[in-house]
Design a protein around this ligand. Structure first.
Ligand SMILES: Cc1ncc(COP(=O)(O)O)c(C=O)c1O
Length: 332
């Protein structure tokens, strides 16, 4: 990847003269079954641009209460798109057409902000990398179309969802008006993301990208990492899923509280609260063992992530080190 970056052909990205950026945009649009893709520095910016392109300030956005754009973008949807956010309580990060029908609001032109956009996240980060089944997406998107609502997919990890459910990414992502894809997660790039959609929406997206300060110059150096990742790092996401499963089962077997049913992709959630530990104490103990987990929005729940820098030996080390660090005594 570093060699691809060093040797990238570049140009002025702001003028759409960077051949490597253009190539990445074409590749991602095709991968996600969308007309056009726009390269941006981060998935957060991709989400903000998508919401801005789909709505006007004062419109309402429905999203799951623990969605990344609700919890972890510092209010970006409010700041950049000016939307009212209405959280919906999900199960494993998912919600259905009934919730949308119940929540949708029509404007009376004087008082009520109109619901304009529904956003879903697949895989869903805060629930532990859970996958939306294709059929549920179809039904939800169908309902949104019927209600004349735009639909955004925060697909930062949509390739994990595609691989876990054995459905082409284009079949999942192609249903949405706009889709975010992140390059710096399972794809292993140092940075970068894309927002995708129709030509018309992406014309707007390019304008907002510039306004939000995301238009770049010789960005091909970074886009080259993305092209490299599409060529080399997509199929291997399946290895991350296998390793997460091995980690989860290994920890579970020695008595670490892990809900195996939650492990669908590359996250393993460890319930340190059930061991009477608070998360910062548990993180410090793990760090002393050389194991890096991270906090989640849920009190007492930590998250382990497998990715391209984590090999089989690392997983085995964690299976030994996590119980030791957390004071779990093997029952066998
Ligand atoms: C679902 C989801 N969307 C968006 C983002 C934002 O990604 P970035 O850090 O590239 O802005 C994240 C980051 O964790 C995420 O999990």
């Amino acid at each position: 990847m570093r060699d691809a970056m060093a040797n990238a052909e570049v140009g002025d990205e702001q003028r759409r003269e960077d051949p490597t950026v253009l190539k990445l945009e074409r590749r991602v649009a095709e991968l996600l079954g969308q007309e056009e893709a726009v390269f941006v520095p981060t998935a957060t910016m991709a989400n903000e641009i998508a919401l801005r392109a789909l709505s006007d300030p004062g419109d309402e956005l429905i999203a799951e209460e623990n969605a990344h754009l609700m919890l972890s973008e510092l209010g970006g949807p409010a700041v950049y798109a000016g939307v009212m956010t209405r959280p919906v309580r999900g199960e494993a990060g998912r919600f259905g057409p009934d919730e949308v029908r119940r929540m949708v609001r029509r404007t009376d032109e004087t008082h009520t902000p109109p619901t304009r956009v529904v956003s879903i996240e697949n895989t869903h980060n805060a629930s532990g990398g859970r996958v939306w089944p294709l059929e549920e997406i179809r039904v939800l998107v169908g309902t949104c179309r019927e209600l004349e609502l735009a639909v955004h997919l925060d697909g930062a990890r949509v390739l994990n969802a595609a691989i876990a459910s054995n459905v082409p990414a284009a079949v999942i992502a192609g249903q949405f008006d706009t889709v975010t894809l992140c390059l710096s997660k399972g794809l292993g790039c140092p940075l970068g993301a894309l927002v995708t959609g129709s030509n018309e929406l992406m014309r707007k997206a390019r304008r907002f990208k510039h306004q939000f300060g995301g238009a770049m110059r010789q960005a091909g150096i970074v886009a080259a990492a993305g092209v490299y990742a599409l060529d080399h790092n997509v199929a291997r996401i399946a290895d991350d899923h296998v390793r997460a499963r091995r980690l989860a089962e290994g920890l579970h077997a020695v008595g670490v509280p892990v809900d195996l049913g939650q492990v669908e992709t590359n996250f393993v959630q460890v319930n340190v609260g059930a061991l009477g530990l608070d998360t910062s104490d548990a993180l410090a103990r793990l760090s002393e063992e050389g194991i890096g987990l991270s906090a989640t929005p849920h009190p007492g729940i930590l998250r382990a992530v497998t990715h391209l820098d984590i090999g089989d030996a690392d997983v085995e080390q964690a299976i030994e080190g996590v119980p030791r660090a957390l004071g779990v005594l093997a029952s066998a």
